[in-house]
Design a protein around this ligand. Structure first.
Ligand code: SF4
Length: 813
């Protein structure tokens, strides 16, 4: 946190005070929407920084999971430093991480529950808020949906999961991570039978070649990318190959840039596999011992697929010659040969890295599976530096969504609602009556919002939705259909818990003020299977409260109303926590919530599930001592706990069978083997044409985290990147007589968005393509994007749809 923030001049202070009072005044007056106050308008001043106490926490932003030291004085976070003792970041932070403490102190923090009455927001008590929610659920439990997040802590997600699937018997719970990494999950499941990367960040220190597949880690995971580029400054050689649809800051550091057409990654992966087979240059020994070949079934394809012979695989892949791949992907045939030669060389180590570019894709599962396939076929797997690794955008997309299983079809510990034995195991762990859990998967995100925004009379069977720790009013694709249509539906009720006013609170009927980051206890799980814990360090402002408490308080209100599902087999409340004398602690009353460590109770309960799929976690207290541990974490003979860096490889993974070098012990073919998939290339769901002649790709920027709800309250970041923009190629701009900074309208078949033009900016798209970041709530590019989604993962494609660009007017100075 900068010293300039602490030493604010009196004029600025009085300006801030007046802005704050204006904001507060408009709330009291009952405005229909809340004012959003950006950092440049107001930041609370901070006390002097002497006599700090420091404690550890993971960063609140991306899935890298950097550890920070948080300095607290007089009940306020006043300083943040990189944590030198942390393996992930070794003391480094990116520009967002250095400012993470300031996210608590934006001047428009939500501080009291607000109910919309006749279009106006009115302050109500927490008791009234909890009563209102519980009564709506009680009246119609099956039409309630819970929409959560990869920013949920593990205990928050676990509580929401148990509340819905165990307590209500309702599977309509899904997270925003459906929009960002669901295809990575299905890619791992289809290949290894179990989710999450086998490798870890150490691969970045050890690889000879790093391939970024439609990925821009220089901006999205900057601390990780610096682990690679710093090696060069130490004299090491590492070749970075950037495969992308536009030049980015990652391209600037790359040795090779292969520019592909949207959807071209599928053809490239097929082309590499074709050449490895054709040139007889694949790792026959590894494939023979450890892999099967798999193809999608002709009808009703599944993640199991059908087993095919190596000959069949050879036949199917034979048409993907470098020349055909060049035609499909736009990448020259000799570059495809170059990639195949690299994979054919076993003397080097290759790490593949990807994130939203591969996941937000109507062939997301296919391309994820086939990049794994390229590594398996070539034997570039299972040695440090040789790994296919997906990254996550949110701090606990792995820990909470993937491991706790807060998805419409899942249960904790890799269980699924559709399997009777999995339901029975979960009911037993939860001490619940048989058949508490509904066997039918709930609605995935796109379907959930379709059902919420469709009139009830027309079959829109979600009537109440609770959104926690996320901002779907900005992030959903095709916003007009999936979110804005809620506006005119009086019987639909939207509950939003957040820390600031957002695009989602604009339409909320009930707004709940939430505690943020170190205002509560928490546990996150990052992209390399690392589970990290922190303690509450400061109080939340006003009446803001923990999301986990909200879930438990609603559950208890239902228990009081006599809702049977909120009782376990013994008649106890499903979230009952007892003290040493066996007396129940009333954790549903906020004044008693911190009488015990609720996180620890929930974590220890959840830990039982983690052994079901070899994702073993250590006891909570081990995470208190450590800067995170990568699962599986197993107890040693001396009673200590050991983490695992590389899964499925005998040298590091304790679950590999004796005598095996590799063991895919959750193989979907039940023979210890991984699956090498073939998927036929298919064109994108919408292509540019005469009417909408350009591609639109959306994404993120270095300074802002996702929808900017937190980073836009940080003055240095908001000043550095104050507005969204559209990147255009100079020749496209010239042809349309558009100049730098002029305002254009981006139009798709679904909606429009007005933006200033940036030519030769930070990112440089090729001709025929425009790029727009989605962080700016005043420029909602998701009015234009497509809700078409991958058939397996249900993840929408934000990276390619057809638009036209129209010039509007010059920027006002
Ligand atoms: S935003 Fe991500 S890369 Fe930056 S400090 Fe936080 S966790 Fe690390």
């Amino acid at each position: 946190m900068s010293r300039s923030m602490k030493m604010m001049d009196p004029d600025r202070r009085s300006l801030l005070k007046s802005v704050a009072m204006a904001a507060a005044g408009s709330m009291v007056a009952g405005n229909t929407s809340l004012p959003i106050v950006h950092a440049d308008q107001a930041v609370r001043d901070l006390p002097n920084a002497d006599g700090l106490t420091w404690n550890k926490a993971p960063c609140r932003f991306c899935g890298t999971g950097c550890h920070v030291q948080v300095g607290v004085e007089d009940g306020r976070v006043v300083a943040v430093a990189g944590d030198k003792a942390a393996d992930v970041n070794k003391g480094l932070l990116c520009v967002k991480g250095y400012h993470v403490g300031g996210i608590l102190y934006g001047n428009d923090r939500l501080t009291q529950p607000l109910l919309r009455n006749n279009g106006k927001l009115t302050a109500i008590t927490w008791d009234e808020a909890i009563e209102t929610i519980a009564q709506r659920i009680f009246d119609s439990p099956s039409t309630f949906a819970f929409y959560g997040s990869g920013q949920w802590t593990i205990p928050e997600g676990y509580a929401a999961q148990k509340f819905m699937k165990g307590g209500l018997g309702n599977n309509h719970i899904d997270p925003n991570a459906r929009l960002c990494m669901a295809s990575a999950v299905t890619g791992f499941l289809a290949t290894y039978g179990v989710d999450e990367p086998a490798g870890c960040y150490q691969d970045l220190d050890e690889c000879d070649v790093l391939i970024t597949w439609g990925n821009n880690p220089a901006e999205m995971h900057p601390v990780l990318f610096s682990r690679v580029t710093d090696r060069r400054s130490r004299g090491e050689t590492v070749r970075i190959i950037d495969i992308g649809t536009r030049r980015t800051r990652t391209t600037d550091a790359a040795s090779d840039y292969l520019e592909m057409k949207p959807h071209g990654d599928v053809a490239i992966a097929l082309g590499i596999m074709h050449l490895l087979i054709e040139n007889d240059n694949y790792d026959k020994s590894f494939v023979e011992k450890h892999c099967n070949f798999r193809g999608a079934e002709a009808s009703e394809p599944t993640l199991q697929g059908e087993q095919i012979s190596e000959d069949d695989f050879r036949k199917r892949i034979s048409k993907y010659t470098p020349e055909l791949v060049e035609e499909l992907s736009g990448v020259p045939a000799d570059k495809i040969r170059m990639l195949a030669d690299l994979f054919g060389n076993h003397d080097i180590r290759i790490t593949s890295l990807w994130c939203m570019g591969m996941n937000q894709h109507t062939m997301g599962t296919a391309i994820n599976s086939m990049v794994h396939g390229v590594h398996l076929l070539s034997g570039h797997f299972g040695r440090p530096g040789d790994a296919p690794t997906s990254l996550t955008g949110q701090p606990s997309a792995c820990g909470t969504v993937r491991e706790v299983g807060t998805l419409a079809h899942a249960l904790p510990g890799g269980r699924v609602v559709a399997k009777p034995e999995h339901r029975q195991q979960s009911e037993a762990f939860w001490n619940m009556n048989p058949n508490s859990i509904n066997a039918v998967p709930g609605y995935h995100t796109v379907k959930m919002f379709e059902q919420f925004t469709k009139p009830t009379a027309d079959g829109g069977d979600i009537t109440t939705m609770f959104v926690q720790v996320t901002n779907p009013g900005q992030t959903l694709p095709n916003l007009n259909a999936l979110f804005n249509d809620k506006k005119d539906l009086d019987d639909k009720f939207l509950i939003v818990s957040d820390v600031y006013p957002t695009a989602t609170t604009e339409l909320a009927d009930l707004i709940l003020p939430a505690a943020l980051w170190v205002e509560k206890n928490g546990v996150y799980g990052n992209s390399e299977r690392r589970t990290q814990q922190w303690f509450k360090m400061v109080d939340p402002p006003g009446q803001a409260r923990d999301d986990c408490w909200m879930t438990i308080a609603i559950a208890h209100k239902l228990f009081e109303l006599g809702y049977e599902g909120m009782k376990d087999k013994d008649g106890d409340f499903i979230f009952a926590v007892k003290d040493d004398e066996g007396e129940e602690i009333p954790i549903w009353e906020f004044e008693h919530y911190y009488a015990t460590n609720v996180d620890k109770h929930l974590f220890e309960e959840y830990r039982q599930f983690t052994t079901m799929k070899h994702k073993n976690l250590a006891p909570y207290d081990e995470y208190v001592k450590a800067r995170g541990l990568r699962w599986p974490v197993v107890e040693q003979e001396d009673g200590s706990w050991r983490e695992t860096r590389f899964r499925f490889s005998a040298f590091d993974d304790p679950f590999v069978k004796e005598g095996q070098e590799f063991d895919f012990y959750h193989s979907s073919s039940e023979d210890g083997r991984a699956q090498i998939w073939f998927h036929e290339y298919a064109p994108p769901p919408e292509m540019p044409d005469d009417e909408y002649p350009m591609w639109l790709c959306t994404g993120r920027v270095l300074e802002h985290w996702h929808t900017g709800t937190m980073t836009r309250r940080l003055a240095p970041l908001n000043r550095a990147m104050p507005t969204a923009y559209v990147e255009m190629h100079l020749e496209d701009a010239k042809a349309a007589n558009i100049r730098q900074g002029e305002i254009v309208t981006i139009e798709s078949r679904r909606g429009t968005c007005e933006l200033p033009v940036w030519i030769d900016g930070r990112g440089r798209p090729p001709r025929g393509t425009v790029f727009v970041p989605f962080f700016d709530e005043t420029k909602l590019i998701n009015n234009c994007t497509l809700e078409a989604h991958d058939p397996f993962s249900k993840q929408p494609d934000y990276k390619k749809c057809a638009v036209r660009v129209k010039k509007l007017a010059k920027v006002k100075s």
